[in-house]
Design a protein around this ligand. Structure first.
Ligand code: NDP
Length: 303
């Protein structure tokens, strides 16, 4: 029987994960199909129940449902529990386990960004959604001593900080209002800047003006693309990285969880690059660019 793995999100019409995971299954000789399920919030409980069937290896979960599935699975891993977000589901018999492989994906991306330098201790994070939760948790685990979270809607950044209250008790984790002058003054004291907003995903917008980017900053944009932010930062002399490595490694970890096999990283990277070059964008905040999803079953309604 062909096994099924599904991506649950809205929208999911053109998914880089689809191209990457299907290439990995095919390469490993695993008879499995990666399907894109576009689901409204109201349908999530029934959708998760459906995954308990024998034909499913598991699922990925993306915007906007990562937090919604948390109470619907039977067990959470430490990362999923700590972040309050699930991006991968596996089955143990009829029981479902919620994982968060974004955390491990972010760690690989951060390590590559920092390279041989000493791991910095101060970071500014822009955004307070599911991606930002994985980032902040990853930074706390990495031993960062000061993390400032800016978000358009301050209350969301405040709830993120509150969520991590206990694990961040030993350090300075703060939410601050999104004012250019405050961001500028925080950036002057920091070494790492992470964009975990979707600003720049579908257009040439940037979350911060080029003038406030100092040359010694390490800048990571979770968006898998050469965004305006990354272009400005590179121009200013910063070290920069996009979200490609994070996307690849969260996907590789998910593949291993479903199949018990090591992920064919080179195959997945090549599939990701090929799909990206064709204009397919990540289902992580998908912008509706042209492209061909794999095993698509949902609609392509924009968010
Ligand atoms: P969410 O929808 O949970 O959060 C979106 C974030 O972007 C919020 O902080 C939101 O602020 C902010 N935002 C959106 N539009 C604007 C705007 N016009 N002005 C200011 N802020 C804005 O999404 P995720 O956290 O899951 O994803 C965020 C980004 O990270 C996406 O671009 C996604 O592609 C990327 N990502 C990449 C991953 C990877 O593997 N590379 C993994 C996860 C995410 P507010 O709360 O005020 O609305």
């Amino acid at each position: 029987m062909t096994k099924r793995v599904v991506l649950i999100g809205h929208p999911v019409a053109h998914s880089l994960s689809g191209a990457m995971q299907q290439a990995a299954f095919d390469h490993a000789g695993i008879d499995a199909r990666y399907e894109l399920w576009d689901r409204a919030s109201i349908d999530i409980p029934d959708t998760v129940t459906e995954l308990r069937g024998d034909e499913f290896l598991g699922a990925n979960v993306t915007i906007p449902h990562k937090e919604r599935v948390v109470p619907l699975v039977d067990r959470l891993t430490d990362e999923a529990h700590a972040t309050g977000a699930v991006n991968t589901i596996t089955r143990e018999g009829r029981r479902l386990v919620g994982h968060n492989t974004d955390v491990g994906g972010f760690k690989v991306a951060l390590d590559e960004l920092v390279g041989r330098q000493k791991m910095p201790r101060h970071a500014v994070v822009l955004g307070a959604g599911g991606g930002a939760r994985a980032v902040v948790y990853g930074l706390i685990r990495e031993g960062f001593q000061r993390i400032i979270v800016f978000n358009r809607h301050l209350h969301r950044a405040e709830s993120l900080v509150k969520h991590f209250g206990r694990s961040a008790a030993h350090m300075d984790l703060k939410a601050m209002p999104w004012h250019e002058s405050i961001i500028e003054s925080e950036l002057a004291k920091t070494k790492v800047l992470v964009n975990a907003t979707s600003i720049g995903l579908t257009d040439d917008a940037t979350p911060v003006p080029a003038e406030i980017l100092g040359a010694d900053l390490l800048v990571l944009d979770l968006i898998y693309s050469r965004t305006r932010l990354l272009q400005d930062a590179a121009q200013a002399g910063c070290t920069v990285a996009d979200g490609g490595e994070m996307l690849l490694h969260q996907g590789a970890a998910a593949f291993t969880l479903w199949t018990g096999q090591p992920a064919p990283l080179d195959v997945m990277r090549a599939a990701l690059e090929e799909a990206h070059a064709k204009g397919v964008v990540s289902a992580e905040g998908e912008g509706g660019a042209a492209g061909t999803g794999t095993g698509e079953t949902g609609s392509s309604a924009p968010a």
